[in-house]
Design a protein around this ligand. Sequence first.
Ligand code: SF4
Length: 388
Amino acid sequence: MGEERVNILGMSPEQLVDYCGTLGEKPFRARQLLRWIHQCGVGDFDAMTDLAKSFRAKLNRIAEIRAPSVLADHVSQDGTRKWLLDVGQGNAIESVFIPEDDRGTLCVSTQAGCAVNCLFCSTGKQGFNRNLTADEIIGQLWMAEAAVRKSRGVPPGKDGRQISNVVMMGMGEPLHNFDATVAALKLMLDDNAYGLSRRRVTVSTCGVVPMMDKLAKECPVALAVSLHAPNDKLRDVLVPLNRRYPLAELMAACRRYFEHAPRDFVMFEYCMLNGVNDSDVHAKELVQLVRRGPTAVPCKVNLIPFNSIPMPGLSRSTDERIEAFAKILRDAGIITTIRKTRGDDIEAACGLLAGEIMDKTRVQERMAEKGIGTEGYIKTYTFKNVCS
Ligand code: SF4
């Protein structure tokens, strides 16, 4: 049996320079490889015509460019597109492309499962399975860009990029998988790869304070924070990580982030849970938290209508309640948006993504086709998180 080939898809620009060095190649070869792989979407070394034939032959023997394989691909009536991706050993993740008039946004996952265990999130209830590798994170973008181009008749190449924004808001807590997340971020930002602006790449965290500081120093991009509660007592219950990094520490970390951040505000995500965190009193507390006193931080607030999933005691706030909550924030001068639901018909809306994975029969059929068992899928995945 031959040696296992190295997957170079997720190598950061620096790692690729080092890798080329180990093969006796100069740093500019790494730049060429980056352009072929990420700018042009090429996965075949033989097609990289400006590389020496001997180098291509060597790469064919020892390296590969491999993204997670697609188990399912659905397009919503509103154009939202969802992929279910196999990441091996019974694990699956999901990525969602959201087209809008002026942009195309890809939501990517960073972990299989999640250890944070937020009260309203089934991903958390399933527990943590494993961190995704950088290959698996950037592979979602690589695969999705090619797929969207193909469906729109846009040829592969440097021009005509279809995905203009990336949000790390899928399954998992990105800052609990720091190294792979940063390696993937560096590829997204590198001019020889995807060349996205830091403002167009967003990391969403539930508040891993030390890693927020680390991210600010190593790879500052736009920041979203899953807040979901305006006081520690409630947030301790909804987002258990709050017991470790309470709101005062989290807000201080947000302020420190601005010293490096590409944007002058933090986006606070707030999932609207009927009778739990959606009263006028909660809205006023939220105003107090983010606008006044020592915890104040420049921000926008994004209210997310909870996508009802089977979770005892939790349901979506009414539209009227969400509007009333938003009005209190807006009257206090806080820019507040209410998230539009996209991709309902393919279960791609926030919090609904793994509805299909719950359908054991359909997953079993697919996995049987691929000769893979299903046990891990059912155990690990029931729906996408709602912290995004
Ligand atoms: S909401 Fe986000 S951070 Fe919380 S358990 Fe779910 S995936 Fe993890």
